[in-house]
Design a binder for this molecule. Structure first.
Ligand SMILES: Nc1ncnc2c1ncn2[C@@H]1O[C@H](COP(=O)(O)OP(=O)(O)OP(=O)(O)O)[C@@H](O)[C@H]1O
Length: 366
């Protein structure tokens, strides 16, 4: 991947008169009645950024604003130093892969891909040659004469990607690129898409509410909730240091805030937790559900510094484990094997004791 490693882009752009760097520099403000999107978004050429967030967070609105399908209420949009705000969608150097691909049903795969170059002024022969090269690169050469209805979901996805890339976009937008695929196809297509995105030298922005897609496909995640950016960083950084409940749930962690004094954190409105980190002041404390051990009676002689009395609020299968939701002194999720759940005679309302080793917790400043 061709990371330029450029430091933070100028977000204010023309407001300061500073030249805009290559890549994407945007502040997208869109008013939809009671909903307001207001996010800053920057990306260097070669970077893949995922907008991740729950339903209704504003991800699609952001994508539509980048594509020019929804006008900005305020803010700005620069790409490779050029201002795009007022350009109509068809004049923007932007390629879009829509969630359901939106291939032209009456055109062959080849002509679907040739459509963009044709619109850009290529002759029919040139456009078809470009399209054939892209289909070949996508491993679809033998399907070039097929109409979309004869293509599998994974093949249609690649045709849509080829169609977007055939126009040489400086910004590639992908809206939930894998959502239309079944679980098995998804795995393959995700791996292929990752390779194509890695080879793409301009900016790619994808929208997803699937954390796995985001983590596998993107170099950087921008998490959006209620129209605002709540956290951004590398997938590893976000998984290790979630800063909202939504992100903690996505990455499967129990997350709390509190005040640290050395190795002890007094959780907001809750008990204390002993951690390995030595911190002072406001902190987050996170730990995985698998780090919690449950006991049917108060354990004696346990070396765990963290011991809480809880009540089982609910249980559900989670992979090959049982995830137990607990209330009480400290609301938390615990994962245990089916055998362990049976031995503990767990059921909603059951009283249990939870222990957690300090070494399994992770504290970091708010
Ligand atoms: N054209 C529109 N007019 C009015 N409100 C809109 C319009 N488009 C979206 N909204 C509202 O804006 C908010 C954000 O919607 P958006 O589709 O951008 O969210 P999202 O994060 O993409 O969600 P999802 O994952 O469900 O697609 C929602 O409250 C939605 O109802």
């Amino acid at each position: 991947m061709t990371h330029t490693g450029k430091p933070g882009h100028d977000l204010t752009g023309d407001e300061t008169g500073a030249p805009e760097p290559d890549g994407l520099g945007a502040r997208l403000v869109v008013d939809h009645g009671t909903f307001r999107l207001d996010i800053a978004l920057t990306a260097a050429p070669g970077e893949v950024v995922a907008l991740l967030g729950p339903n209704g967070a504003g991800k699609s609105t952001a994508l539509r604003a980048l594509a020019g399908l929804t006008p900005l209420t305020a803010g700005h949009l620069h790409l490779d130093g050029k201002k795009l705000d007022r350009l109509p969608p068809e004049s923007r150097p932007v390629g879009v892969v829509f969630q359901d691909y939106l291939l032209f049903p009456h055109l062959t795969a080849l002509d679907n891909v040739a459509f963009g170059p044709r619109c850009q002024g290529a002759t029919k022969a040139q456009a078809r040659a470009t399209a054939a090269a892209w289909l070949d690169r996508m491993g679809l050469a033998e399907h070039s004469g097929a109409k979309p209805r004869r293509l599998s979901g994974g093949q249609a996805q690649r045709v849509a990607l080829a169609r977007a890339l055939a126009t040489n976009p400086r910004l590639l937008l992908l809206d939930e690129p894998l959502a239309a695929l079944d679980a098995r196809t998804r795995l393959d297509v995700r791996a292929q898409l990752r390779r194509h995105l890695a080879a793409f030298e301009a900016v790619a922005v994808l929208v997803t509410h699937d954390p796995l897609d985001a983590m596998v496909l993107a170099d950087r995640l921008v998490v959006v909730e209620h129209g605002r950016v709540v956290q951004e960083g590398t997938p590893q950084d976000i998984a290790r240091h979630p800063r909202t409940d939504y992100i903690a749930q996505l990455v499967g962690l129990n997350l709390y805030t509190g005040r640290a004094e050395g190795h002890t954190v007094r959780l907001d409105g809750g008990p204390t937790v002993t951690t390995t980190e030595d911190l002072t002041g406001r902190v987050f404390v996170a730990f995985p559900p698998g780090a919690v051990t449950l006991h049917s009676s108060r354990p004696t002689g346990s070396s765990a510094r963290n011991l809480w009395r809880c009540e089982v609020a609910g249980m559900e299968t989670h992979g090959d484990q049982i995830r137990v939701a607990l209330t009480g002194e400290l609301p938390l999720a615990a994962d245990l094997t089916t055998v362990a759940a049976a031995e503990l005679d767990l059921h909603p309302g059951a009283e249990v004791w939870a222990t957690l080793k300090a070494t399994q917790t992770h504290a970091y400043p708010v």
